[in-house]
Structures are given as structure tokens and as C-alpha cells.
Design a binder for this molecule. Structure first.
Ligand SMILES: [Zn+2]
Length: 338
């Protein structure tokens, strides 16, 4: 009898342990952050991606299939959503960690460069004193940039628009993410009520503005949100959290890229260099890669409006960005070799 009781106890214990281990009890967002994994989550397709050391693990909510780099694998403990949070089992996490922590043979490679011509269509952007529309200048520079990059066979280029169409901010980031772009470069012209304001500046994304004066550039560039379909811009708390994680992941690389582009502009552009700044730009917010926003010159400034209209100035801007990107990759390649 006693023997039997013990047997039953052991059985209950076993069932308990089994269910405890197979329960999705690990909060993936927190755990990924702790472990240095980058986590992407697309609430629309209910699919996610964990990344480290150049390795990728893709998963879907409640689907018993994962992809390790390019190998499809069947699992029995699919990730679940509880209270709008992603949860996985201990086993899922341990297996994922074992896979992602492997050192990759060659983690460094140059992917596609995404070039984003700011504004377009119903959104003209800023308008100069002679009526030059920012959207037209941005497009010309983006096309010039595409030409410059295409001459170098090391790079592939993707454009968010190559004509005068309206593209929502979220969609611009989506194009970059879906194409797994390596870098995101948004091209704009600055504007100020003070017509004397002048110069070139480069921004990277932060949750806080680096100074009060730069606040106006972000307000101006973000105002396009007003033109967008409100129903499309709802973001879940989870997505916001993931975004800020992604921001932290790429903030150093974005700032490095911004510095190189800024340095290259000196000498090439005969206008003041206003340096590198941080601000909250919505177009950079959803990007899952290093991202910068270039304010090429002040379209509100009489002299700079003229310059922006010349192909020589547009070419000089394109060269500054291209050379900056090259320096950025040269530095990255050196770091990888160490
Ligand atoms: Zn703009």
C-alpha cells in the first residue's frame, strides 16, 4: 500500500514537473534583452525573429515550426501571447540560446542600403521662398544617391519611392525591414522661420532630443502623421517596447554612421556643418537597422534653396553620404577581424 502511495506521489510529481516545464513561463521580451538577443515582432503577421551573432531564429505565434537560419524545424512548444506579452517555455528558450550563442563563421556582410526620399505626393514637405518643394529635391538627391551606390558593386540599393507618391512613415520602415536592409538613410531638407538659418546636419534616432533647437526639425518632419490614415497607426504596447529595444541595439551604430556622413560633408558642401544630433523621428522609429536622417540644407534659406536646385550640390550631398557609408563599413570590417 505504502509502495503504491509513493508511486502515485511520484506520478503526480512527474505530471507537475512535466506541465511546469512545458508551460510558457518565460517572458521573451525581458529574457531576450537580458541575453543580448535582438527580438523583432510583427504583430500583423504574428511572427517574430530572434537574432545574435548573425544567427536568426524565426517563430510564429502558436505555430509548432521554427526556422533556424534557413533550416525548418518542428517543435512542440510554440510561443504564446499572454496579456499582450510573448511567452515561451524554458526548453524553447534554452534551445534558442544554445543556437544563437554559437559564434558565426562570418557575421560581417554588407546588405542593401535603403534610401528614403522624404515626403512625396500630397505631402510636399517644406517649401522654399521661391516655391521649391522639399519632396522634389529629396527625390532628386535619392535618385542621385542610387546612381552613386550602383556604380559600386559592393552595394545594393532599395528606394522607398522613386516618383512623386505619398508613402506613410510606418510603410517606409516596413519596406526597409521586409527587405532586411542593412542601413536606412532618410533624405530631407531643413526649414526654419528664420531665413538666415543654414547648413547641413545629420540625425539619428533617440527617445529624447539632444537639444531644444533640434526639436523643430523633428516636429516638422513628423507632422506628416496628420496626413496619414489614423486607423493604420495604432501600435500595441508590445510593439512600442520592442521598438525601444531595437533603438538601443542600433543606437551606437546609427551614431557612428551619422558621424562619418557628417565628416564627409565638410569640404564637399560649401555650407556650414551643424554636426550630428539625436531626435525622435517617427520615420526612423520602426527601423530594425542603423538609421539616420540627413537634413541636407535649409530650403527656407534663399541661398541654400538655390544650391539645392543644382545638380552639382545634389551630387555633393550624394557623395558625402556614400563616402560616409563606405567609412562606416570599413570600420565595421576592421572590428569584425579583431
Ligand atoms: Zn522633410
Amino acid at each position: 500500500m505504502i509502495k503504491n502511495k509513493r508511486f502515485i506521489f511520484a506520478l503526480i510529481l512527474n505530471i507537475f514537473f512535466f506541465s511546469a516545464f512545458s508551460q510558457a513561463s518565460i517572458n521573451l521580451v525581458n529574457k531576450a534583452k537580458e541575453s543580448g538577443f535582438t527580438l523583432y515582432w510583427d504583430s500583423l503577421s504574428q511572427a517574430g525573429l530572434l537574432e545574435k551573432n548573425g544567427h536568426q531564429l524565426s517563430f510564429s505565434l502558436d505555430k509548432e515550426i521554427i526556422v533556424l537560419d534557413s533550416v525548418l524545424l518542428k517543435i512542440s512548444d510554440a510561443p504564446q501571447l499572454k496579456d499582450n506579452q510573448l511567452y515561451v517555455t524554458q526548453k524553447f528558450y534554452d534551445d534558442a540560446a544554445a543556437f544563437l550563442n554559437q559564434k558565426s563563421e562570418n557575421p560581417f556582410k554588407v546588405g542593401a542600403i535603403l534610401i528614403d526620399a522624404g515626403h512625396g505626393g500630397k505631402d510636399p514637405g517644406a517649401v522654399g521662398p521661391r516655391g521649391t518643394r522639399e519632396k522634389d529635391i529629396n527625390l532628386s538627391i535619392a535618385l542621385q544617391l542610387e546612381k552613386v551606390f550602383k556604380k559600386d558593386k559592393n552595394y545594393k540599393v532599395i528606394l522607398t519611392r522613386d516618383d512623386d507618391t505619398f508613402v506613410e512613415l510606418v510603410e517606409r520602415a516596413n519596406i526597409a525591414n521586409q527587405n532586411k536592409a542593412d542601413l536606412f538613410i532618410s533624405v530631407h531638407c531643413n526649414a526654419n522661420l528664420n531665413r538666415n538659418a543654414s547648413g547641413f546636419e545629420v540625425y539619428f534616432l533617440s527617445e529624447n532630443a539632444s537639444n531644444k533647437a533640434s526639436f523643430s526639425a523633428a516636429i516638422l518632419e513628423n507632422s506628416v502623421i496628420e496626413l496619414e490614415d489614423k486607423n493604420d497607426t495604432k501600435k500595441t504596447a508590445l510593439q512600442n517596447m520592442l521598438w525601444s529595444m531595437v533603438v538601443n541595439e542600433y543606437i551606437n551604430e546609427s551614431s557612428e554612421l551619422a558621424s562619418f556622413v557628417s565628416q564627409e560633408s565638410t569640404g564637399r558642401l560649401k555650407i556650414p556643418n551643424r554636426g550630428v544630433k539625436q531626435d525622435v523621428f517617427y520615420v526612423l522609429r520602426g527601423t530594425q537597422m542603423p538609421a539616420i536622417l540627413v537634413e541636407t540644407a535649409y530650403i527656407s534659406n534663399y541661398t541654400e534653396e538655390s544650391k539645392l536646385n543644382t545638380s552639382s550640390f545634389q551630387k555633393a550631398i550624394a557623395d558625402s553620404i556614400y563616402e560616409g557609408v563606405k567609412k562606416y563599413y570599413a570600420r565595421k570590417a576592421k572590428e569584425t577581424k579583431k
